[in-house]
Design a protein around this ligand. Structure first.
Ligand SMILES: Nc1ncnc2c1ncn2[C@@H]1O[C@H](COP(=O)(O)OP(=O)(O)OP(=O)(O)O)[C@@H](O)[C@H]1O
Length: 254
């Protein structure tokens, strides 16, 4: 079993990755590097392979080609739990909380799973609940929370393991404008305060454009563009993929 996080400062590299489902190529030749301290947005139309890429990085789906490397350590073939122990944490598009556990227990679970003792896990969970404005909900059952609160608990739980890299799958989905704005500020502070690299999928282009240092764009399982948000907005291949107009990128999912 793997123990301990990888070297802080190491980059996460996705190299020429392919994933297949019953012969369908969901990802084909995708390469991406995520470094500590940066926020990369992973965007693309529905079904373009964004969630599959996170699943491939975190070991939830096997690779049909290419590799994922953390520092100089290949992750391919490792179980999701071992990849998580190396410092890769994630949230899910459909929130996965323990509905019959309290909010603080849910967040503690993230720390306990990474080998922290009870006292340290509790202290970490309390600090994270405070950071994400969830302290008043600490003793509520996970299942009784609003959708936006569930998403924030899931992010807090993912952070409880002190990850080197955090991958968030549509963290703002279902949030109202005020909740999204608060989330934006919390997320934008993470790379500097914790030195982590953040990979984020979201259909809210306002959020993505403001939050991300760089964007990586998928369509039909392939990379069609990567670069700075301002350049991506004007990229003809991206405009074509998003309903055929530049306004479409901002308006289609805003
Ligand atoms: N477990 C699976 N089994 C079979 N096909 C799958 C599986 N997971 C994903 N796919 C297919 O792979 C393709 C990419 O799906 P994926 O969910 O990664 O796209 P996405 O870009 O995240 O989409 P969305 O924006 O709608 O969440 C789709 O055609 C999808 O139907």
């Amino acid at each position: 079993m793997m123990t301990g996080p990888s070297d802080k400062g190491a980059s996460l590299r996705v190299v020429d990755v392919a994933v297949e489902f019953s012969g369908l190529r969901a990802l084909d030749g995708v390469s991406l590097t995520l470094s500590p301290g940066e926020i990369v947005g992973l965007i693309g139309p529905n079904g373009s392979g964004k969630t599959t890429l996170i699943n491939a990085i975190t070991g939830q789906v096997p690779l049909a080609g290419g590799q994922v490397v953390l520092g100089d350590r290949p992750l391919s073939g490792l179980a999701p739990r071992d990849i998580a122990l190396l410092g890769l944490s994630r949230s899910f598009q459909i929130v996965r909380l323990f509905n019959n556990m309290t909010v603080i227990e849910n967040v503690e679970a993230g720390a306990l799973a990474h080998g922290h003792g009870l006292r340290k896990a509790r202290a970490k969970a309390e600090a994270l609940l405070d950071e994400f404005g969830l302290s008043a909900r600490a003793d509520d059952l996970g299942g009784n929370l609003s959708y936006g609160d569930k998403r924030r608990v899931e992010i807090a739980r993912a952070l409880a393991s002190d990850p080197a890299f955090l991958m968030l799958d549509e963290p703002a989905a279902g949030m109202n404008e005020a909740e999204t704005e608060t989330l934006l500020h919390k997320l934008s502070a993470l790379p500097a305060s914790r030195g982590l690299g953040l990979l984020i999928i979201d259909h809210d282009m306002g959020l993505i454009m403001r939050l991300c240092d760089r964007l990586h764009v998928l369509a039909f399982g392939r990379t069609i563009a990567e670069g700075k948000a301002a350049d991506i907005r004007k990229d003809p291949a991206v405009i074509q993929a998003y309903l055929g107009s530049e306004a479409g990128i901002g308006a289609a999912h805003a």
